[in-house]
Design a protein around this ligand. Structure first.
Ligand code: ATP
Length: 287
């Protein structure tokens, strides 16, 4: 009789290692820049926090506290001055694999159609053309854009462009999704709709998410964990676990729940001082 061979490429072990590869650990991260005047400016000072596999982590903090700089280090676009970022236990030393992005500005190519924009990821990854087309059409359906495949970005509303960007980011089934104020430019109602849609799609593929926002309501409604940063130089002031049950449903509705209001209030109490300090600094007052 043949001995049973355990296959480590499939099954629970493979699932676990795939999950572990989505853990982001930021440890003692410090980033210094040289200013145009030749002085050293410390943007981040000893930042440490972990995003567990499949966790939705929001990062809030006053303007200029280094939120986007932190994302650059996690994505491998820039290197820390001190400390480290590891993804799946491996130190980030170049562009991180399996990461998708969404920014406030649309990253859509204006000369490509909606379908063409969503197709770019799979084509770039070498997915056969027919399969890539089927997948792109499926993702456009999931974001409610069936029938708009042949439009160009300038022929869409802001919310529709965000849907295309969301499909383009998620079609790659990233293990990590980095979002820098992705809905910041939208009106309040469209933002709430897009946030609810994002939650639904995230629940389907469960990447680890780092979501930067200035909007505390958005952070609490979406996240499992909210990291509050201090004003410049940015460091971690507090981390809040958001124990609101999932699935959360409508982002608009959840805001009226008493526990939501309580969490939002607690986080604002922590953030307020930092926002005031950053404002005083940029307004020329005392920090
Ligand atoms: N390449 C760079 N050279 C010099 N300084 C930089 C550079 N990149 C960022 N900074 C500075 O680092 C600080 C943090 O910038 P960052 O964009 O990370 O902040 P942020 O928290 O994302 O801000 P906001 O909320 O306004 O988008 C700022 O003071 C910024 O001017």
């Amino acid at each position: 009789m043949m001995a049973a061979v355990s296959d480590h490429t499939v099954g629970p072990t493979a699932d676990r290692s795939a999950r572990e590869s989505a853990r982001v650990e930021i440890s003692g991260l410090t980033k210094r820049f040289l200013t145009p005047g030749g002085e050293v400016f410390t943007a981040l000072q000893d930042v440490s926090f972990t995003v567990e596999p499949g966790q939705f982590c929001a990062v809030v903090g006053p303007t200029g506290c280094g939120k986007s700089t932190t994302l650059s280090m996690v994505s491998g676009l820039d290197r820390p001055s001190e400390g480290s970022v590891t993804v799946g236990g491996r130190e980030v030393d170049g562009i991180t694999d399996g990461v998708s992005f969404m920014f406030q500005a649309d990253a859509l190519l204006p000369w490509k159609t909606v379908l063409g924009n969503v197709l770019m990821g799979p084509i770039f990854r070498g997915v056969p053309k027919q399969e890539a087309h089927a997948s792109a059409r499926d993702w456009l359906r999931r974001v409610g854009l069936t029938g708009f495949e042949d439009r160009y970005p300038h022929q869409l509303s802001g919310g529709m462009r965000k849907r295309v960007a969301m499909a383009a980011a998620l079609i790659n089934e990233p293990k990590i999704l980095m979002m820098d104020e992705p809905f910041g430019a939208l009106d309040v109602q469209t933002k709430a709709i897009m946030s609810t849609e994002l939650l639904g799609l995230w629940e389907q593929i469960r990447p680890s998410v780092i979501f930067i926002t200035h909007d505390l309501d958005e952070a609490v409604a979406l996240a499992d964990r909210v990291v509050v940063m201090t004003s410049s130089p940015g460091s971690v002031k507090a981390v809040f676990d958001i124990d609101l049950p999932r699935p959360r449903g409508s982002v608009q509705e959840i805001r009226y729940e008493s526990h939501f209001v309580e969490l939002q209030h607690q986080i604002w109490e922590t953030l307020r001082e930092e926002v005031e300090r950053a404002y005083a600094r940029t307004a020329g007052g005392k920090a």
